[in-house]
Ligand binder design. Structure first.
Ligand SMILES: [Zn+2]
Length: 266
């Protein structure tokens, strides 16, 4: 099996996880900027984090033959402090020309607050100004549908943003159609507890098809499994999906979307 892990928070993972992913057939890992497991107190914390994502993690991945790419932003969990967000957003352009940067992400909403929405608009503007791909995080549980609709409104209102250059992650049964109908890409996050289980993700594929959709493990600070993508591919095989369909979802689709960034060379 060969696959791309399009959304993994490797800074929260041990080097053994890189090895397990490589052994399972992972060739490329993409790491959106996210929460550090705690709230950072100052913009300098983000400077160090962006340096880690663009300088240090590619080296850790390369030891196992994995290519490492990343996305930059201030995540919605830390976006309540608008002044801090402004400082972080001002810092990002300095890092955009690093060779492993794919775009702005994962931006989005966490609790659908006013400040989060303001910071989301600021980061959409940043992406549009610098012609960057966009990766969007959607809130969980009862906030997901409302948050997804708010995000789609912001995207539609900014005429500079092309929907095919934007992926909405953590879609579920009640949001996937909204996202695909808007011409955007959709990501399904495979989680052992919250979010999509492998079985649910495959049900979604069987219902909504295999176009403009990918799967990822997120593998962050919460209970998560860095091998969720290959395990789901195995389950697809067990359920009778053709090899070519499985390969499309776990390898070709991420490649097609990510290749819209000139930095994505594999
Ligand atoms: Zn994430």
């Amino acid at each position: 099996m060969r696959y791309i892990e399009p959304h993994a928070h490797m800074v929260s993972r041990t080097t053994d996880d890189y090895e397990r992913m490589a052994l399972a057939g992972c060739e490329v890992v993409c790491e959106p900027a996210f929460w550090a497991g705690f709230d950072r107190s100052a913009v300098e914390g983000f400077y160090d984090y962006f340096s880690q994502l663009t300088e240090h993690e590619p080296g850790r991945a390369a030891k196992f033959g994995l290519k490492h790419f990343c996305w930059l932003c201030i995540n919605s969990k830390e976006a309540e402090d608008v002044k801090l967000a402004e400082e972080v957003i001002a810092l990002i352009p300095k890092f955009l020309n690093r060779p492993n940067v794919l775009g702005i992400g994962e931006i989005g909403l966490n609790k659908n607050s006013k400040n989060e929405l303001r910071v989301l608009e600021m980061q959409m503007d940043l992406a549009a100004k610098h012609n960057q791909l966009i990766l969007v995080h959607t809130p969980h549980l009862e906030d997901k549908l409302k948050g997804t609709k708010l995000i789609l409104d912001v995207l539609k209102n900014d005429k500079r943003i092309r929907p095919e250059r934007c992926i909405i992650d953590h879609v579920e049964e009640h949001t996937v159609e909204l996202v695909l109908d808007a011409g955007l890409w959709a990501g399904m996050t495979l989680y052992p507890e919250t979010k999509c289980s492998p079985a649910r993700a495959i049900d979604i594929l069987e219902t909504y098809g295999h176009e403009k959709i990918w799967m990822n493990s997120a593998c962050d600070w919460g209970a998560s499994d860095p091998l969720a993508v290959p395990k789901t591919a195995l389950e697809m095989k067990r359920r009778g999906h053709l090899e070519v369909v499985i390969e499309k979802v776990i390898l070709e689709n991420p490649k097609t979307f990510l290749s819209q960034s000139p930095n994505f060379k594999i």
